[in-house]
Write a protein that binds this ligand. Structure first.
Ligand SMILES: [Zn+2]
Length: 139
């Protein structure tokens, strides 16, 4: 159970792309800059032509931590949280919990893949280590 995001016109593609298994990142149509969190106006060139596109859904851990605090009742701890440099979206990092395996085994530089957990009309991103079963218990 995680706090759910509020959907806006610019963020809904990101939060609902998981229904199709797609990691949706906003790109400026004018200068091609990737924009995350999604915004209506490109911060580089101020174009209002911003379009969400599916990227590969993989990336590399930029940094990570292990959460031991149950922020809400029934939260299973500990779990790792990874900030991941997203493939195909230069400069964009997506922060999400890591599923599968030992939370303490998540390392900077590891390759990750995304999947999504439906929750009340949004699809929450979850990372898992490439090559590891996201539902597995072992490291
Ligand atoms: Zn732009």
């Amino acid at each position: 159970m995680r706090p759910l995001p509020e959907l806006t016109a610019e963020s809904s593609a990101f939060w609902t792309g998981g229904e199709r298994g797609d990691l949706m990142i906003a790109f400026c149509d004018a200068c091609a800059r990737a924009i995350h969190p999604p915004q209506v106006v490109c911060p580089t060139c101020l174009s209002r032509s911003v379009t969400a596109r599916a990227v590969a859904g993989t990336g590399t851990v930029y940094t990570c931590t292990v959460n031991h605090q149950p922020w809400v009742p029934d939260m299973q701890v500990p779990f790792a949280i990874a900030v991941v440099d997203v493939d195909g979206a230069p400069g964009i990092r997506v922060t999400a919990p890591v599923t599968g395996g030992d939370p303490a085994a998540v390392r900077i530089g590891q390759r990750m893949a995304i999947r999504f957990e439906p929750a009340d009309g949004v699809w929450l991103p979850l990372w898992h280590r490439l090559g590891h079963d996201p539902d597995g218990e072992g490291a």
